[in-house]
Design a protein around this ligand. Structure first.
Ligand SMILES: C[S@@+](CC[C@H](N)C(=O)[O-])C[C@H]1O[C@@H](n2cnc3c(N)ncnc32)[C@H](O)[C@@H]1O
Length: 190
């Protein structure tokens, strides 16, 4: 993995087989190129403002740095799913709390367990190939509770403006805003 050029890495991590993508993401975590262990204050604040809810699902959760801040303050329970075994191992170590669980899985095919009041894609939706994104959201929409919502964050909204357009055209958007501190986009919808 270390020898891959940036272009090859981009292709394999987006369009490779599940096994290849897992290897790409695992190497990022194991070689310490990726560490998302800092609290994401912006996302924490957005989720806290939505009010108390029961069940949350974080897809492409990484180390889920804010999981322990969210449970039980905002959610009764939270499940994080990530393709990377290394990320899930780290997340489990960091959040050994009741109500927080992590699974290794692919957000495009992980079956889910019951319904969720919030399904969160924090900087993860753009790793799914563009032709699968809408279908994936439609699949997950069936798992939202009656007032459940998706929360998607995109730190490069210009680069991924197609995702924002797809969401605006295909779903009911309730909040659509740029973070106060920077470029990052938040979109909440169902
Ligand atoms: C940029 S990181 C963001 C991590 C975390 N959500 C955060 O905001 O700190 C993207 C994460 O998505 C995960 N990922 C990418 N494609 C995935 C897929 N198809 N299923 C599950 N996880 C995936 C990667 O392993 C990585 O942990």
């Amino acid at each position: 993995m270390r020898m891959l050029s940036k272009a090859k890495y981009l292709l394999l991590s987006r369009y490779g087989s599940t096994e290849m993508r897992t290897k790409c993401f695992d190497s990022k975590y194991r070689e310490c190129e990726w560490s998302f262990s800092q609290r994401d204050e912006e996302l924490l604040s957005v989720l806290s403002r939505m009010g108390r809810r029961k069940r949350a699902l974080m897809l492409g959760c990484g180390q889920a740095a804010i999981a322990s801040d969210l449970v039980p303050a905002v959610f009764d329970s939270l499940t994080g799913v990530d393709l990377s075994v290394a990320a899930v191992e780290s997340a489990r170590q960091q959040h050994p709390k009741t109500g927080i669980t992590f699974e290794v899985g692919n957000m495009e095919s992980w079956p889910g367990e019951g319904s969720y009041d919030a399904i969160i894609f924090s900087e993860s939706i753009y790793y799914t190939p563009f032709w699968k994104r809408k279908q994936m959201l439609r699949h997950w929409k069936e798992k939202l509770s009656s007032d459940g919502v998706f929360v998607v964050t995109i730190s490069q909204p210009q680069r991924y403006r197609g995702i924002l357009t797809m969401i605006r055209q295909g779903f009911e958007v309730s909040q659509d805003f740029q973070s106060e501190r920077g470029q990052r986009w938040f979109i909440i919808f169902r």
